[in-house]
Ligand binder design. Structure first.
Ligand code: HEC
Ligand code: HEC
Length: 419
């Protein structure tokens, strides 16, 4: 069996106030390609609109879209890519001024050295809080039609806004963010060049961040891509055996399918309750805050000790405890795993599935697709080797130099005003 993660006493905190995110920017549903995209076929993961899988056993593995190389990144027509926009977005991703007290840029919880996520069970939060969910890797998030573990937003632009503003994440007041950016001449110049802004507009900051994510936080040359693009030596014998298990006996393909290795659907697979919510006061406060903010009823608020997840999208009881099937890409770097980070390694994940998943407060909704697999040790090794093929080189980046503040007017100009 898998073992529970020991709680980490660090209790910084933040949470993405998913409450603040309604109707921000346009949905990213149409697909075009980046200038950098090659002529590879458009195998974009946008094929499946998220459906509400309710644990019904599907007809069988053969109906699933096969694993495949990742195609060019989808770009929404209202936020075209440009080199200058990407460069600006990269600066803003690391820019402390975008967070409430200037300590929570995106990179605070999506650290390039921690798989562009945060290597604790649940994420650090805004100072004085802990988040309530595991911080996902941002790598390849540009391919998701809906973002977050419970898929509450539908574009990277809206996602960035909800992250920057959420009470347990960035907790930013956007007027202040705009004032800060206005007082940095380099940003004034860059926003003007890219968006024509006289003074930087925060909504354009999020468009730039999204452009950066689409350009640089994408990986299309993992061993699995190389293999499906024709390099048959890209996968080892062990990995090929692992792939056969993935598509067969282990039946991972039932949910982790297509180029992104996800069906973009929602399941309760029995991820165990986070023990930390019982022990860590700050974590408990965030849990209660999120339950309240997302509209749980009084009975749930009083009695629940687990994350209802996708339930909050439509309040149907059969969706309690369901979460989006995550991509398996870049997971070699993004431990710990699952929406609450309760599994520490890919070995533990395999043991978890091999045992038929686990239990949580909403196990009534557990998918019938999750059942004991009967994999022996050699098979588990092969499957593990194959999971590693979803990750290529670690994406490292030179952190950009942050611009300095400067007074909006010189002393001389202010004196002129007085006259
Ligand atoms: C305080 C920590 C924190 C900060 C700051 C933060 N995030 Fe996150 N991020 C998280 C957590 C935790 C999640 C998962 C939340 C959930 O699913 O409810 C997440 C999820 C995401 C996702 C969704 C990935 C997916 O697979 O769906 C993206 C994209 C993302 N963040 C980008 C950003 C950007 C851009 C910023 C800066 C504007 C940012 N984040 C700031 C912690 C943070
Ligand atoms: C019934 C659908 C389903 C099947 C079958 C399935 N998964 Fe998953 N997988 C999910 C869902 C949903 C999650 C997220 C669950 C959560 O956080 O509560 C997940 C999470 C994961 C994660 C964690 C990723 C991360 O970023 O945290 C890994 C790794 C994984 N699955 C691998 C596998 C493997 C290997 C198999 C086959 C043995 C498999 N899955 C079978 C639906 C499925």
């Amino acid at each position: 069996m898998f073992e529970k993660r020991k709680t980490n006493p660090i209790a910084v905190a933040v949470a993405l106030g998913a409450t603040l995110m309604a109707g921000c920017t346009s949905a990213t549903t149409s697909v075009s390609t980046t200038p950098a995209a090659t002529a590879a076929p458009v195998q974009v993961a946008m094929n499946g609109t998220p459906t509400m899988a309710s644990g019904v056993v599907a007809a069988g593995g053969e109906n699933n879209p096969p694993l495949a190389a990742l195609g060019p990144v989808p770009v929404p027509p209202d936020n075209p890519q440009s080199a200058a926009k990407v460069e600006l977005g990269k600066m803003l991703f690391f820019e402390p001024a975008v967070g409430g007290d200037t300590s929570t840029p995106c990179s605070a919880c999506h650290d390039p050295d921690q798989g562009w996520g945060w290597a604790e069970d649940i994420s650090r939060g805004y100072p004085g809080t802990v988040h309530w969910r595991n911080s996902q890797t941002v790598v390849n998030s540009a391919y998701y039609p809906r973002l977050f573990w419970a898929s509450s937003v539908s574009s990277l632009e809206a996602q960035a806004k909800s992250a920057a503003g959420g009470a347990v994440a960035g907790n930013a007041e956007f007027d202040i963010v705009e004032a800060r950016l206005a007082l940095m001449p380099e940003y004034r110049q860059r926003f003007n060049e890219v968006f024509g802004d006289e003074f930087p507009l925060y909504r354009n900051a999020f468009r730039a961040i999204a452009a950066f994510e689409r350009a640089e936080l994408v990986q299309r040359d993992a061993p699995i891509d190389n293999y499906f693009n024709g390099d048959k030596s890209a996968l080892s014998e062990e990995q090929l055996r692992g792939m056969a298990l993935f598509n067969g006996k282990a039946n991972c393909i039932e949910c982790h399918n297509g180029p992104m290795a996800t069906d973009f659907s929602y399941y309760n697979i029995g991820v165990p309750t986070l023990e930390r919510w019982k022990e860590d006061g700050l974590a408990q406060i965030t849990y209660r805050y999120e339950m309240y903010a997302k509209g749980s009823n009084e009975e749930m608020y009083k009695n629940y000790k687990d994350d209802p997840g996708f339930y909050f999208r439509d309040k149907n009881s059969w969706n309690k405890g369901k979460f989006r099937t995550p991509s398996l890409r870049y997971t070699a770097y993004s431990a710990p795993y699952m929406h609450n980070g309760t599994l520490n390694s890919l070995e533990e994940v395999i043991d978890f599935y091999n045992a038929g998943g686990g239990h949580n407060m909403f196990s009534k909704n557990k998918s019938k697709l999750i059942k004991p697999l009967g994999l022996n040790d050699a098979e588990k090794e092969d499957l593990l080797a194959f999971l590693e093929a979803f990750s290529g080189e670690e994406i490292a980046i030179d952190r950009p130099k942050m611009p300095d503040y400067a007074p909006l007017f010189t002393k001389a100009e202010l004196m002129m005003e007085k006259k």
